[in-house]
Design a protein around this ligand. Structure first.
Ligand SMILES: Nc1ncnc2c1ncn2[C@@H]1O[C@H](COP(=O)(O)OP(=O)(O)OP(=O)(O)O)[C@@H](O)[C@H]1O
Ligand SMILES: [Mg+2]
Length: 272
């Protein structure tokens, strides 16, 4: 079933791990043209879970084109057997919540409710870590109890720029220095709970989990399937994971600078 009016094609469906006979997993399936963006999504989901954030489990979905109505013809012609998509485990949205309409003030309600929970400051620091500049109020999902952070397409864009030269020192420096144009959630958190967000404690507590991130990044280098297109997404996922690991020790500094002027794009000097 196609859902909503979004930048990408998004469907709800049931996915199955190949060879697994258990019941399928309800999944939001998103077709994304650029394969490095599938890798960004997957890496953010994996790293976010390693850091114990509330981000839905992600997957690479191989979908039969016939199962994805409204997929552009050229995509079907180029991928007659299966199309690579990003899968995000469906978090049933709370149907009691008002649906967004232009003037309903829903946006304000979303920020208010999200910022009050731990997921507000957590998400703000996370977005700084992965240079996510697209945390608008529909890129979070409330399941009735918890808020989930979704849609990390516009994260770590510097990594895509240096992917071919990933191991070079200048590329690493670019990844370290990168900063999103904005951090919307951080601004909302600072406005709505200026004194008790405790955001500055997060970098240290996440650094204590860095080993988990490192293990994940290192394991991901060995992930292989028999499908070259999937392996290329996995290889890029690995670069993204290493980049998040690389940036973690500089998060405190990035956050500090962002908090000083949350409304502006900061002018960066080299961190080295
Ligand atoms: N794991 C999930 N659980 C529940 N709903 C989800 C999940 N992932 C995505 N959605 C729903 O699908 C919508 C589109 O997903 P997503 O934001 O990832 O795609 P998008 O096309 O990049 O969005 P946009 O460009 O409009 O921000 C979300 O706004 C949300 O309503
Ligand atoms: Mg979105």
């Amino acid at each position: 079933m196609q859902t909503g009016n979004h930048q990408n094609k998004v469907w709800r469906g049931i996915t199955q791990v190949p060879g697994n006979v258990e019941a399928g997993i309800p999944t939001v399936i998103k077709w994304i043209e650029k394969k490095e963006v599938v890798a960004t999504e997957l890496a953010c989901s994996l790293a976010g879970q390693a850091l114990k954030l509330q981000i839905p489990v992600g997957s690479i979905v191989l979908a039969e084109p016939g199962d994805l109505p409204t997929l552009p013809d050229r995509v079907i012609q180029n991928n007659p057997k299966s199309v690579i998509c990003y899968g995000s485990e469906l978090q049933w949205p709370d149907d009691l919540q008002a649906r967004p309409v232009a003037s309903s003030g829903i946006e304000n309600l979303v920020w208010d409710s999200l910022c009050k929970t731990a997921q507000g400051p957590n998400g703000a620091a996370w977005d700084e870590l992965v240079t996510n500049e697209d945390r608008h109020h529909e890129n979070v999902v409330f399941d009735g109890k918890k808020w989930w952070l979704i849609d990390h397409e516009r994260s770590l864009e510097t990594v895509a720029q240096v992917m071919q030269r990933f191991t070079e020192q200048t590329s690493k420096q670019k990844i370290l220095n990168a900063q999103a144009k904005q951090n919307r959630l951080l601004r909302e958190v600072l406005n709505r709970r200026p004194t008790d967000h405790n955001m500055n404690k997060l970098p240290k507590s996440w650094e204590r989990m860095q080993q988990r991130l490192r293990w994940l990044a290192s394991s991901s280098e060995k992930w292989k399937t028999s499908i070259p297109e999937v392996d290329s997404v996995l290889m890029m996922t690995s670069h993204y994971l290493w980049s998040i690991d690389l940036r973690l020790p500089t998060l405190a500094l990035h956050l500090q600078k962002r908090m000083i002027s949350p409304n502006n794009k900061l002018q960066w000097d080299s961190l080295s």
